[in-house]
Design a protein around this ligand. Structure first.
Ligand SMILES: Cc1cc2nc3c(=O)[nH]c(=O)nc-3n(C[C@H](O)[C@H](O)[C@H](O)COP(=O)(O)OP(=O)(O)OC[C@H]3O[C@@H](n4cnc5c(N)ncnc54)[C@H](O)[C@@H]3O)c2cc1C
Length: 376
């Protein structure tokens, strides 16, 4: 009998979990996922809003194709995971409504809409009258900084939003059911590797055990820098902080068919008729001389004020929770990094997803599967 090909995945955020699930469907692999956290603690994935913004993007080329392909994979992935696990994964299929406060910007979206139509994605330009009829709560929306009133909106019907933690939990369960082993609270202490070029990692050393591998996948978000440094091939991934808040209204506001409301880099994510997630700030480490990023209370307050400027009824909402997380952003190169680690024949990087790790998790997993499958 042929021996199974052993794959070690380091990191079980949304990216590592998506890879584990995808690989669990490839016959002949024995997969183990290691994570230093416990199953109920989260890093970037636990802070994410899960907005899947692909069609509503001005990106071009490979970056756009990856976003659109990943978005499309969600349409089958969500029902597939729900059927396999019995878990309900909150998934908003109402699209994203992008608010415009600048006529020139709205014109640019008109041009993008024609292009997306040719690619099979609808970006519907909505004028003020229609907007007021469908979304009266947004009638008086304005930009906080410039006080510009709303000039129109773009409704991207194909874009989505998903609960990132519920998604990741379902991916883990589905992968587990397919035989993947998950070891949480397991810190990596080092690697055993060959020295001749190209190098190969032979095993992962932890406090408890040594795990022999044929392939190593680094899906460790911000932890990837240390792990790749351990392999003498540092990959520079740095934190960019994001803050968000949960608002609860005394009475219902959002109809069940409300999409995510976006504009000026602020998302209002309806999580029930009375509740919204609002996010997220973008805070760079170089604003902080000691290298430790402290959430900036003023930025969080400005976020809330912009949400109220979009939808004045939110002024009555209570802030029931605030949180922050660190996005893994590659330094001096585009996000994400999904490739073989230089000088190693069996180490794959799936990291640095920065602001779109939830969106890009399925396409990342598919690429890792292709990279491994071609060698089987
Ligand atoms: C406020 C906020 C809002 C966001 N909103 C969105 C959004 O709307 N849409 C979107 O697509 N993205 C969003 N993002 C970005 C998204 O959260 C990230 O891109 C994504 O979660 C990255 O996933 P990951 O699995 O690579 O990283 P993580 O979730 O950080 O997971 C990495 C895992 O690796 C483990 N690890 C690290 N080092 C080691 C080690 N040495 N040994 C073992 N395990 C290790 C960690 O414990 C962790 O569990 C948002 C981020 C923030 C902060």
């Amino acid at each position: 009998m042929q021996q199974a090909v052993r794959v070690g995945i380091l990191g079980c955020g949304v990216v590592g979990a998506a890879i584990a699930y995808e690989l669990s469907q490839v016959p002949g692999l024995a997969i183990t996922v290691l994570d230093r956290r416990s199953p109920d603690q989260w890093e970037a994935t636990g802070a994410a809003l899960g907005v899947l913004m692909a069609a509503l993007s001005q990106k071009k080329g490979g970056s756009l194709s990856r976003r659109l392909a990943s978005l499309q994979r969600y349409e089958t992935l969500v029902p597939e995971l729900e059927a396999r696990t019995g878990y309900k994964i909150p998934y908003n299929r109402q699209g994203i409504l992008y608010l415009c406060f600048d006529q020139a910007e709205l014109m640019r979206w008109q041009a993008t809409a024609s292009l997306r139509a040719s690619q099979g994605f609808l970006l519907k330009i909505i004028d003020l009258a229609e907007l007021r009829t469908h979304y009266p709560a947004l009638s008086h929306a304005r930009a906080l900084d410039t006080a510009q009133p709303l000039v129109g909106a773009v409704h991207s019907t194909a874009d989505r939003q998903i609960d990132p933690v519920r998604l990741t939990t379902a991916l883990v369960k589905a992968a587990q059911d397919q035989g993947v082993i998950f070891n949480f609270q397991t810190a990596v202490q080092g690697f055993r590797q060959t020295t001749a070029a190209p190098r190969q990692v032979k095993s992962i050393q932890t406090q408890q055990t040594e795990l022999a591998v044929d392939w190593l996948v680094l899906a460790s978000g911000l932890g990837s820098t240390l792990l790749s440094t351990e392999l003498q091939q540092p990959v520079d991934v740095r934190p960019v902080l994001g803050q968000a808040l949960h608002l609860q209204l005394p009475q219902p506001l959002a109809a069940p068919d409300w999409p995510v409301i976006s504009g000026l880099d602020v998302h209002l994510v309806p999580v029930s008729s009375r509740e919204f997630w609002v996010g997220a700030t973008v805070e760079f480490p170089d604003h902080y001389p000691d290298g430790v990023i402290q959430p900036d209370a003023q930025r969080l307050a400005a976020l809330r004020q912009q949400a109220i400027a979009f939808c004045p009824a939110l002024a009555d909402a209570t802030v029931t929770r605030t949180w922050s997380g660190l996005r893994p952003r590659p330094e001096n190169r585009p996000a994400p990094i999904v490739e073989r680690l230089d000088n190693y024949s069996n180490v794959l990087l799936a990291t640095g997803h920065y602001r779109n790790g939830v969106l890009l998790a399925p396409i990342t997993a598919e690429k890792i599967r292709q990279m491994i499958s071609t060698h089987l």
